[in-house]
Structures are given as C-alpha cells and as structure tokens.
Design a binder for this molecule. Structure first.
Ligand SMILES: NC(=O)c1ccc[n+]([C@@H]2O[C@H](COP(=O)([O-])OP(=O)(O)OC[C@H]3O[C@@H](n4cnc5c(N)ncnc54)[C@H](OP(=O)(O)O)[C@@H]3O)[C@@H](O)[C@H]2O)c1
Length: 252
C-alpha cells in the first residue's frame, strides 16, 4: 500500500504509548513524517516505540506531559518545535475511557473524563496552532460513541460529542490561518487480550458490523495520515467515521 508522502513534516501524537497511539505513530512514520511520541505515565512503552521508529530510520522523540497542565502542554509543544524545528500535524489521541453507570456517577468521575477528553484537546490545539505554519493540521480522535450513546459511558460520549463540535468550530476559526481541523471516529478497535476480557462484546461487534471485524490501529492511522496529507487540503471541519460500517447498522 502506498501512503501519502509526509516526508519533511513533523507529527505530534498525544497518548502515543497507548493501544491506538502505537498504530498511529507507526503509520505516520511509514508515511515519512518525523514523530513526537507524547506520553504521560507509560515511559517504557514510549521509549520502546521511539527506539522501534528510530531503527526504521524515523526521526522520533519521546516527550512526557500531563495534558491537564497548561504549563506541561506549553513545554510539550515548545520541546517538539525545539527538537524537530517545526510542527505540522497534531493528533489529539490521548483520552480516558472508564465505564461508570450514570446513576452512580460522581462529579469527580464526570470531570476527569471531560477534563481529559475535551478540555485537554482545547489546550493542546490552541497551544500547538500558535507554532504551526499555514498548511498545518489537527486530527482529533473522537469515537462513534460521540454520535451514539453507550451504557456506562455518559461522560465519554458527551465529551466525544463535544469534541466533534469543537472540531468544527476550530476548523471555522483556524481556517483563515491556513490550519485544517478534522476528526476521526473509530469503532471498536482490536487490542491485545480484548477477546478474552470481553468475548461477548467482541462477538456481538463482529456479528453486527457489516465488514465483520474489529478495527486495527492501522485502519485509524490510514484515515489520520490521509487527513493530515495534501490529499485532504480542501477538507476541514469533518468527521471521518472508521468503524467497519457499524454506524450503518439499524438499531431498532
Ligand atoms: N480502543 C478503542 O476501541 C477506541 C474506540 C474509539 C475511540 N477510541 C479513542 O482512541 C483514542 C486512543 O484510545 P486507546 O484505546 O489507545 O486508549 P489507551 O490505550 O488508554 O491510550 C490512551 C493514552 O492517553 C494517555 N492519557 C490519558 N490521560 C492523560 C493525561 N491526563 N495526560 C496525558 N496523557 C493522557 C495515556 O497515556 P499514559 O499511558 O502515558 O499515561 C494513554 O496511554 C482515545 O481518544 C479513545 O477515546 C478508542
């Protein structure tokens, strides 16, 4: 498969040490981009990923930050630009996904998800855009749950729905600066051990999804690379659903 050519560009991926983050970093590297691998607590995984990318000839660096801290976000963006000399693409991938039924949800539990999955995206985007040249872009990782409620995920679905509107408002206001902002909404993604942890969910998904399988991180990576590339130079404010067709499934 031939990916769009991103050589000479720099991509910062938040939460890159996580399940999807690994796949995103690999795809951007395969497209030729230099990759800033952001992490918070997963130090070992982030450094292992950077070593893997460097072995394949990619300019990569691991950078820590708690995205709830404006100072640490500022430092993350400045360190990226200091090391690589520029910043072309920000992929807002970091998030938390706790499950908690709404009737028992505390305000702290609600706030943790809204802070991380929505407010932190405002922070990283508004800080990063100041250091981007025209032609830069932002890709927000949302979820099909931003358009369809799920039990135990009232806080998560609400944050992702708001993220989709933030994507459109940011596209509206950053467009005149030459910066594009889009979202990718994945469906259920494969990760190590999911089939044994949640066999009933995986089986239900496979039965219902028109394409009959869970997503791989690379499926989402392909969409992100496309949206960051010149192939998408007239696309902004959009939400690209990458879910094996699950959203087409009648639910009544
Ligand atoms: N997995 C799915 O099926 C699925 C489906 C639809 C959408 N998504 C979306 O895809 C994205 C990635 O999901 P994933 O499954 O790969 O999750 P994951 O493995 O839990 O990775 C998320 C990463 O976010 C980072 N993070 C969380 N809070 C942070 C904070 N305050 N500051 C900095 N970093 C923070 C964590 O970094 P550290 O580990 O370094 O602490 C973590 O590695 C999320 O936006 C999620 O909503 C996932």
């Amino acid at each position: 498969m031939t990916l769009p050519d991103l050589s000479g560009t720099v991509t910062l991926i938040t939460g890159a040490a996580g399940g999807l983050g690994h796949g995103l970093a690999r795809r951007f590297a395969e497209a030729g981009a230099a990759v800033a691998v952001h992490y918070r607590t997963s130090v070992t995984q982030a450094h292992a990923l950077v070593a893997e990318l460097q072995d394949r000839g990619t300019n990569a660096l691991a950078l820590p930050a708690d995205l709830l801290s404006p100072d640490q976000v500022r430092h993350l963006i400045e360190s990226t630009v200091d090391h690589f000399g520029r910043l072309d693409t920000l992929v807002n991938n970091a998030a938390v996904q706790p499950v908690q039924p709404l009737p028992e949800m505390t305000f702290d539990q609600w706030r943790e998800v809204l802070d991380t999955n929505l407010d932190a995206v405002f922070l990283t985007t508004s800080t990063a855009v100041r250091r981007m040249d025209p032609g830069g872009s932002v890709v927000n990782i949302a979820s099909i749950e931003g358009s369809q409620p799920a039990f135990g995920h009232a806080h998560y679905s609400t944050a992702k729905a708001a993220l989709l509107m933030h994507t459109r408002t940011a596209a509206l206001e950053y467009g005149p600066l030459g910066i594009r902002v889009n979202a990718v909404s994945p469906g259920l993604l494969h990760r190590e051990g999911l089939e044994t942890q949640w066999p009933e969910g995986v089986e239900r998904w496979q039965r219902a999804a028109p394409l009959g399988r869970l997503g791989q991180p690379e499926d989402v990576g392909n969409a992100c690379v496309f949206l960051a590339s010149p192939l998408a130079s007239w696309i902004t404010g959009q939400n690209l659903v990458v879910d094996g067709g699950m959203s087409t499934h009648p639910n009544w």
